[in-house]
Design a protein around this ligand. Sequence first.
Ligand code: ADP
Ligand code: TZD
Ligand code: MG
Length: 571
Amino acid sequence: MTNETQTGEQIDGFHLLIDALKLNGLDTIYALPGIPITDFTRMAQAAGIRLISFRHEQHAGNAAAAAGFLTGKPGICMTVSAPGFLNGLTALANATTNCFPMILISGSSEREIVDLQQGDYEEMDQLAIAKPLCKAAFRVLHAQDIGVGVARAIRSAVSGRPGGVYLDLPAKLFAQTMDAGAGKKSLIKVVDPAPKQIPAPDAVQRALDLLKGAKRPLIVLGKGAAYAQADADIRALVEKSGIPYLPMSMAKGLLPDTHNQSASATRSYVLAEADVVMLVGARLNWLLSHGKGKTWGGANADTRQFIQIDISPTEMDSNVPIAAPLVGDIGSCVSALVAGMGAGWAKPPTDWTQGIAERKDKNISKMAETLAANPPVMNFHSALNVIRNAVKARPDAIVVNEGANTLDFARSIVDMYEPRKRLDVGTWGIMGIGMGFAVAAAVTTGKPVIAIEGDSAFGFSGMEVETICRYNLPVCVIVFNNNGIYKGTDKNPNGGDVAPTVFVKDARYEMMMQAFGGVGVRATTPAELAKALDEAVKSGKPTLINAIIDETAGTESGRITSLNPQAAKKK
Ligand code: ADP
Ligand code: TZD
Ligand code: MG
């Protein structure tokens, strides 16, 4: 065979994969080495890819997912076969659930042995297992197909509704060689991986007509709106329309939470009373009570109409009828709406906006009183007031947040000022994202990261404080230590073992960070917490603050008690 691209030099699978990733601007890999990818991680690092090596694959996967959300490029996670793959799979499924683009690349055993179930080292049919849990799954068997495999993975992850993609690479592939020139030619630089999807003009008009007739309109911004990086268009839509808006938790900061159109402080009122609701990158799932029931009761319960902007056409009518579906990418949809509003757009009736403003003011001053109180034992409010002030002073800091009470209180107390600065438990309400998300936030942005962690939540990924120290990342972890899940006061009425929700009392979490050379502080007062947090943010040193919280202060299941039948009965 003659081929003008043939050079006589050879290239192997390892280097084809590295080159394919680099060609597409994928410059960071979150990984955990071992057979068959150990050499790959070394070679990737040598080739200038940032290789962040974790202590458990789930956290490497979570880091890749958060990187995907923050950058709009798929985050790359790399694991070994079977158990490593399975450890990463939770993160892949969670990323898909959250609509975050990531690619989980796993080494795997040889097909011949796996398919005959002959018992290879870490044998598992990984592709089959991954398939139902992610957006797309591919396997590459030949070195010359690595370029195509990576290209397909990238496109699948970021086009349309973003999600997780699995790429299966059997061990033998890495060592396969081919002519270097032909290899180079086989790689694909993906052009326009997430193409705009322009909404149909009649769909835009339908939405505008509905909005125009509304007496009590409401905009709900979801994390899809944050992901879309259409910040200026979204601000223009909100401000030009004059419509009150509610940010879902990861959409906080798209407009500053202090914006006068934010209705967060009177959330239940606006959900119950709105007559036309426009969802922008937010699904009507459990987090919005499926668009029906008590939350959406009020005078307009039977006549309320929804407009939904989403890139996924099949999201429409998932829970309630959508009167005006607007299918397209958020940037294109929102800018079309703004253009269509024209110059003479009438703002919503003042009885609606005034009513909201009054309720809001009342609730905000009530909250201010609670936040100012300084009870003898630090509680969620007095501790979060400190963090609220710290974020106000450093609006570029990224907040990572998980737990139950620690999550619910932080979400409502800590105002956000900039887009994509809040990362949390997302659609599943999953525990364990903390340290992985924090690492990715620090690595992709270089900004200070403040991880607000319930003591239970922190436990899921706590070992990654070593990773944070190893890469000297500007992460300050604040463990809200109330001695347990929800609270630390449960007793086993029968004696014997302690109750299932309580932990060792007064655990010294700060020593975990000290163990790896970071700063550890135990804080029992808001003043101590403020000082330690200020120093952490200024120095950028890995820090863990063990914030001692009144163990009686929390409530069971935080704010989702209604989903916990036993606790709801007790209430
Ligand atoms: P939240 O939890 O904040 O309410 P969801 O995760 O439920 O948000 O909803 C996000 C929605 O945003 C998904 O339905 C997804 O399809 C959509 N989405 C994501 N990116 C875009 C985009 N660029 N343009 C339009 N819709 C998007
Ligand atoms: N496991 C996983 C993966 N996700 C979950 N959401 C849970 C278990 C159940 N769960 C919650 O929903 S919140 C929570 C668990 C275990 C921990 C709450 O305790 P915390 O927070 O200490 O983190 P507070 O402040 O004490 O309420
Ligand atoms: Mg707790």
